[in-house]
Design a protein around this ligand. Structure first.
Ligand SMILES: [Cu+2]
Length: 279
């Protein structure tokens, strides 16, 4: 090493060393919070519905496929770097360009991979968004700026949320539920992360989907579509409970006067039509 570089090189190496240590610490911090189960789920929440397993499986197999491709690509890169590294005095190797077979290969291979991912996603999405008509519980969800209201269609009771008092969606366990999603203003998105599912709530359009909650517990719901200044306040609670607890809650809503169809100071729900309330 010549005299004038000896001052700079160790400094540069020290800096790289520190950067690597910082990156390592950050990664450890980020991954250290994950349990073994979370690792195996690829950081997905544990599904609380019968349908969620399919989404989780698609996610996990996509990761496995990506890792297999990654290992092959990283291995080839590493092999090239080590086996073909330039040694002292080596001349510049022969430069190759316009290798038609290789160009066809690296265009076709990713296209095939994307095609496979697309096909499996399409298959699962078609199954998960299918309305089978077998639901025995029907809930109309109104997403509006900026909260949610839930109407229990079969039980003729409802709950209206306000940003100050987020509502709770009660669902009896193991009962297939069909959600009808309505919006009187802008596009929202009805999202319960633990369902591993969300669907947009579009004004002027009636969106429906079904699922079967199979885990009793308390969960969180959110709006997954940036819908305005108070979008972040569109949080709600989900309670999956026994049929008896659900019935008691419906009785409580009714005795609080929240029976019939959702009526707020802005709209009244009539079937799947939101009628503006005029004062
Ligand atoms: Cu929203």
């Amino acid at each position: 090493m010549s005299g004038d570089t000896s001052n700079r090189e160790p400094g540069g190496r020290r800096l790289r060393g520190r950067a690597a240590a910082a990156l390592g610490a950050l990664t450890a911090l980020g991954l250290g919070g994950c349990t073994r189960d979370e690792w195996l789920r690829g950081a997905m929440p544990k599904p609380i519905t019968k349908d969620g397993a399919r989404t989780l499986h698609l996610w996990q197999t996509s990761w496995i496929a990506a890792l297999i491709v990654g290992i092959i690509v990283w291995g080839l890169i590493l092999w090239c770097v080590v086996a073909y590294r330039r040694k002292k005095g080596d001349p510049l190797p022969k430069q190759t360009r316009y290798n038609i077979p290789i160009e066809i290969f690296y265009t076709a291979a990713p296209a095939i991979m994307i095609g496979v991912l697309f096909a499996f996603t399409l298959r699962d999405q078609t199954i998960l968004t299918k309305n089978t008509g077998t639901a025995t519980n029907h809930v109309t969800v109104v997403g509006y700026q900026w909260q949610w209201s839930f109407q229990y269609d079969d039980d003729k009771a409802y709950d209206v949320g306000t940003p100050a008092a987020p509502p709770t969606l009660w669902l009896p366990v193991n009962k297939r539920v069909q959600f009808t999603l309505l919006s009187p203003d802008v596009i929202h998105s009805f999202w319960v992360p633990d369902f591993l599912f969300h669907m947009d709530v579009v004004p002027g359009r009636v969106n429906k989907f079904e699922l079967t909650p199979d885990t009793i517990g308390n969960f969180k719901g959110r709006c997954a579509e940036l819908c305005g200044a108070q979008h972040a306040r569109m949080i709600f609670n989900v309670k999956v409970v026994s049929q008896a607890d659900y019935d008691a809650h419906i009785a409580a809503l009714r005795s609080a006067g929240q029976s019939g169809s959702i009526t707020t100071d802005r709209y009244h729900l009539s079937g799947t039509t939101l009628e503006e309330v005029t004062k």
